[in-house]
Design a protein around this ligand. Sequence first.
Ligand SMILES: Cc1cc2nc3c(=O)[nH]c(=O)nc-3n(C[C@H](O)[C@H](O)[C@H](O)COP(=O)(O)O)c2cc1C
Length: 204
Amino acid sequence: MSTDNKTKYKDPVVIGISGASGSILAKKTIDILLDKDIPVVATCSSAARMVWQEEMDESFQSTVSRWRENPNFSFYMTGDLKSPIASGTTPTLGMIVTPCSTATVGAIAHGISSNLLQRAADVSIKEGRKLVLVPRETPLSAIHLENMLSLARIGVTILPPEPAFYLRQQNMEDIVDYLVAKSIDALGLPGFMEDRLRYDRRTD
Ligand SMILES: Cc1cc2nc3c(=O)[nH]c(=O)nc-3n(C[C@H](O)[C@H](O)[C@H](O)COP(=O)(O)O)c2cc1C
């Protein structure tokens, strides 16, 4: 089933943006969800803003202001532990942390919850909701791998932003679109990978 059928979603997807390289992944993920009329609640760490400044042409503030024009979008500061996504009583469709730093992987793996992003991830786990992490680092140390393994064992999806070389994608945009579709698909929302694969076939 494609979301072009206008499946109506009331509950939001939570998007956490942390300070790993790959700000474009966060931007595209939110753009695509909003484009599909899926509500989004976003938060980002302080480090994520620094990385965004290095990697993106449009400032983080301008991008958030543009997103805010959409009534389906809301944003909470990293220190706002009173926000709805800090509590399990707020229903959500799950959470994607993209990109996900190894520091945030470690904090989530150990239930640290020292900022809103980590707390929202902790809530997703305790409420038994889908949590998808897109960790970007290379090489990975044994510490990183052990943290990811402990999360994978409790059902968290670890989805490193690796290109599908077999699809022979020609540019960064194609690779990012594929990874974004894959991470949304991992939440269990239908249609995103189907749309992506249809697109890939069209460009063959
Ligand atoms: C430009 C830049 C790129 C970074 N890239 C990565 C990265 O790819 N992966 C990673 O784990 N940390 C990366 N870091 C380091 C994290 O930002 C740092 O560990 C930070 O404390 C993470 O905080 P957060 O998890 O709260 O966002 C990068 C930092 C900067 C400034």
